[in-house]
Ligand binder design. Structure first.
Ligand SMILES: [Zn+2]
Length: 257
């Protein structure tokens, strides 16, 4: 019988299975994304307590099964791990759910993802301590995309490498190029681009470079920047993010207030 393995993990998704089991998908520090079966999870408070809900931060103990796709989860404990307390605020729930869904969409099962785990853990910790704001959302999106190999460029023209936004000139985000082009180069780009105010392009360039815990309160891109990132995400993901619409409505409400 294979030995138990263990790793730090964040629960991305969980659902009941049958009378007493749970199927859980986690982003782990050491083994990438894992899907597992927790036998008797609903009955055994000792082995699982309430630790297998989305957002749970746990030390996961599991055993691989020779032919099964799901690992066998033997235990999950919170120990002294920081928990992400976000359930007291609708905006935090909306942004946190979006973070889990985006992390899920950008990772593959059992492919190395320790840095993605780190980004998600930092973002959820930052969210739990602060406010759900657009700058935290955008910094998280840009960092996760960079981790997945899609480093977006908002500071320099993809074609001529000139700094954009000089003298307040707009830049144009081209989805297929993963970055902006300047007004001079734009006519030569057949795909067309999403117009970004100089301020939005500058905000995204900064948010792509700051530490995630420094993002809250920083200047965020406006609706043009949100559109650029949304379009890019839908060009690389094989699914629509269900939590995005809810998050958009919540964040726009809080901006109005
Ligand atoms: Zn250019």
């Amino acid at each position: 019988m294979p030995a138990d393995e263990s790793t730090l993990a964040i629960v991305l998704r969980a659902r009941d299975y049958g009378e007493s089991d749970r199927i859980v998908t986690l982003l782990t520090h050491d083994f990438g994304k894992l899907a597992g079966m927790a036998k008797g999870a609903k009955a055994s408070r000792q082995r699982f307590e309430r630790k297998l809900e989305p957002f749970s931060h746990v030390i996961l103990h599991f055993r691989r099964r020779p032919h099964g796709e799901l690992v066998f989860i033997t235990r999950a404990e919170a120990a002294d791990l920081p928990q992400f307390a976000i359930d007291d605020d609708l905006g935090k729930i909306a942004l946190g759910s979006y973070m889990l869904e985006l992390a899920d969409a950008l990772t593959k099962e059992e492919a190395e993802a320790s840095d993605a785990y780190g980004v998600l853990a930092t973002a959820l910790r930052t969210l739990a301590r602060g406010h759900p704001d657009a700058s935290l959302r955008q910094a998280f999106e840009l960092r996760m995309l960079a981790w997945a190999g899609f480093g977006l460029e908002f500071a320099r023209c993809r074609t001529c490498a000139t700094a954009v936004g000089i003298d307040g000139a707009a830049a144009y985000f081209v989805v297929g190029r993963g970055g902006v082009v300047c007004a001079r180069c734009r006519p030569a780009v057949p795909e067309g681009g999403i117009r970004l105010d100089a301020a939005s392009a500058a905000a995204l360039a900064r948010l792509g470079a700051v530490a995630i815990d420094d993002a809250p309160g920083a200047v965020a891109a406006g609706a043009d920047g949100v559109l650029a990132i949304t379009r890019f995400l839908s060009s690389v993901l094989d699914r629509r993010l269900r939590s995005a619409e809810f998050l958009d409505s919540i964040l726009s409400e809080s901006t109005k207030g």
